[in-house]
Ligand binder design. Structure first.
Ligand code: HEM
Length: 566
């Protein structure tokens, strides 16, 4: 072919490319339009309310997930549309009391003829992050396996077991208090400068240390070193990565692509992260043969008798309380993260809310309650803290305004469909409760945005005005909607432990220190994004040792002493 001929061929082939691409683009656009019209007018969920673009296509929800803005956005939508909102073509979000029972309540497994809601699994782009397939941790396995997991792990959370763990809690909380004391005295090192401390870090340190001590019999050593153990440090970016991966995997075709494009370094890191869990679990397992002196009680005392190598997948064992070694590893990892990150959020919430100027009366009331029960800080024990009703009310109020499990916990409606809130929802739809929205909805709460621990004491009080305010004002609050540890067979297995840990830490922290949140953090809880859990920025506080550390100290002298030291 001559060069002139080639030149005339080139534009013609370019034209063809343009026409094909243009045609393809128009076809995709047309298909998307048809799909959107179907979603809006003919989809089985078409009669549910929600913004037009959310009902039409999946992208607005995915966009919010990517931004980590779902909890705030769903709260706005519930304020506008009511108890149920269609947040995506096939997805409903609820905030009503009865939806808790309908979605998360026991309904019998599909296998046994029941119609349980199916737990949405985390969908990763590719198989690189699926360790020990087909084994799964208890939080994401199917209903039948889940019963087996709960039986195998349940005894580790009995009242008797929790009492056996008390020395572990006290040991690590003492360590944290000592380190914070150094900061208050201006001699501290590690996460903080002088008496200004990033308390968020210290809450992560203490919670990951306690939980690792309970899972592996040995802590991560965050408190000793005053910094994050590398395993813990990788948890937070890891959660963001998983949240983003789930967004990408939800777009057809993109999941595989991203799995190919993911830097190999990330996959290697994830493998190394899991390998550390395997090593630590195995080290705890072999320590049975040669137990260290003064070994403390831990979860494994109760779980290890239920581990049988190679048991996974054997049908007859579904009914028993037997786990495979792989399931043990996956549950160890789950316990480490679920037991630490959540409690650290609650503790930070408590510091934030109690330190606000308008909360002074709640803090005073908390201190006087503690002084009524205990003579000194050394007297404060987890068991005796059960009596501290105001302290529990404070923690409930923090869980309401800043629930650690804020994101919707999705479930898939089983094939036959189900009735939720008295309305039929077809099989395959994804449903969930928006806790953050439910706990700040004016339809459920009086003064929903006000931090008012007394609302939790209303049931035990006649509504008289007392030093903490008018408790009767909150008599009509719908406290039944408040389930920060979820509900039903898959609720939080660690809730009693979590409350015991947080009661002990908050009581001792406020007993010993004046805690002041430094200026510029007034919106600390309100501006956070969520990637599976809250993405918590530093919470800078100033700590000052109180002058009155025993019940017998005269409170009026304390006030004077405080003014002098300030
Ligand atoms: C304030 C602290 C905590 C909060 C608010 C909390 C909240 C929750 C919620 C909402 C769930 C249900 C998740 C879902 O259905 O997807 C859950 C499950 C779970 N939590 Fe907690 N949690 C806390 C502390 C703990 C602690 C201390 C542990 C253990 C040491 C723990 C271990 C677990 C486990 C293993 C599950 C999965 C249970 C199952 O699937 O059967 N959590 N938690």
């Amino acid at each position: 072919m001559t060069s002139a001929g080639m030149a005339s061929e080139m534009p013609r082939s370019l034209d063809i490319v343009y026409v094909v691409c243009g045609g393809l683009f128009l076809t995709i656009l047309l298909l998307a339009l048809c799909q959107s019209i179907y979603n809006i007018f003919f989809h089985p969920l078409a009669s549910y309310p929600g913004p037009l673009h959310y009902r039409a296509c999946e992208l607005p929800r995915l966009f919010q997930e990517w931004r980590g803005n779902t909890v705030h956005r769903w709260a706005e939508l519930h304020d506008k549309y009511g108890d149920v909102v269609r947040i995506a073509p096939n997805q409903l979000s609820y905030i009503s009391v009865s939806a808790w029972r309908d979605i998360y309540g026991a309904r019998g497994t599909l296998k046994s003829g029941g119609n349980e809601m199916l737990k949405e699994e985390l969908v990763f782009p590719g198989d690189d992050f699926e360790f020990f397939h087909p084994a799964k941790p208890m939080i994401s396995c199917d209903g039948v396996n889940h019963t087996r997991h709960r039986r195998a792990v349940g005894n580790a959370f009995s009242d008797r077991a929790l009492r056996a763990y008390e020395p572990v809690l006290v040991q690590y909380i003492n360590k944290m208090m000592d380190r914070l004391q150094q900061h208050a005295d201006g001699t501290g090192h590690g996460s903080g400068l002088g008496n200004a401390v990033n308390i968020m870090d210290w809450f992560h340190f203490v919670m990951f240390d306690i939980t690792s001590a309970l899972v592996f019999g040995k802590s991560f050593g965050n408190l000793d070193n005053g910094r994050y153990h590398p395993w813990v440090a990788r948890v937070f970016p890891g959660m963001k990565l998983i949240a983003w991966s789930m967004v990408v995997a939800a777009i057809p075709g993109l999941g595989r692509l991203v799995s190919w494009l993911l830097p190999k370094r990330m996959v290697t890191e994830a493998k190394r992260h899991m390998q550390s869990i395997v090593d630590m679990t195995e080290s705890r397992r072999t320590s049975i043969l040669n137990p260290p002196p003064h070994r403390h009680a831990d979860f494994m005392d109760y779980i290890l008798p239920n581990i049988k190598d190679g048991s996974h997948g054997r049908q007859e064992q579904h009914k028993e309380s037997v786990l495979s070694t792989e399931e043990l590893y996956l549950n160890s990892q789950l316990l480490c993260i679920a037991g630490s990150e959540t409690t650290a959020s609650l503790l930070a919430g408590a510091v934030y809310f109690l330190s606000r100027p308008e909360s002074a009366q709640h803090k005073d009331r908390l201190l006087s309650e503690l002084r009524d029960i205990f003579a000194s800080e050394d007297d404060i024990t987890p068991h005796r803290l059960n009596k501290a009703m105001h302290l529990t009310a404070v923690l409930h109020e923090c869980l309401r305004l800043y629930p650690p499990g804020a994101i919707n916990m999705p479930r898939t409606v089983p094939p036959g469909g189900a009735s939720i809130d008295g309305r039929y929802v077809p099989g395959g739809a994804i449903v969930g409760i928006a806790q953050y929205a439910a706990y700040r909805s004016a339809t459920h709460w009086t003064d929903p945005l006000v931090f008012a621990p007394e609302r939790w004491l209303a049931g035990t009080n006649t509504g008289n005005k007392d030093s903490a305010g008018d408790v009767g004002r909150y008599a009509n609050d719908r406290r039944e909607v408040f389930k920060p540890f979820s509900y039903g067979p898959r609720n939080c297995i660690g809730q009693n432990l979590a409350m015991a840990e947080c009661r002990l830490i908050v009581a001792r922290l406020f007993w010993r220190f004046e805690v002041e949140v430094l200026p510029g953090q007034e919106d600390w809880v309100y501006n956070q994004r969520t990637y599976l859990s809250w993405e918590k920025p530093p919470l800078m506080v100033k700590l000052r040792r109180r002058q009155c550390l025993r019940r017998t100290d005269d409170i009026s002298n304390c006030a004077k002493a405080k003014n002098i030291t300030n």
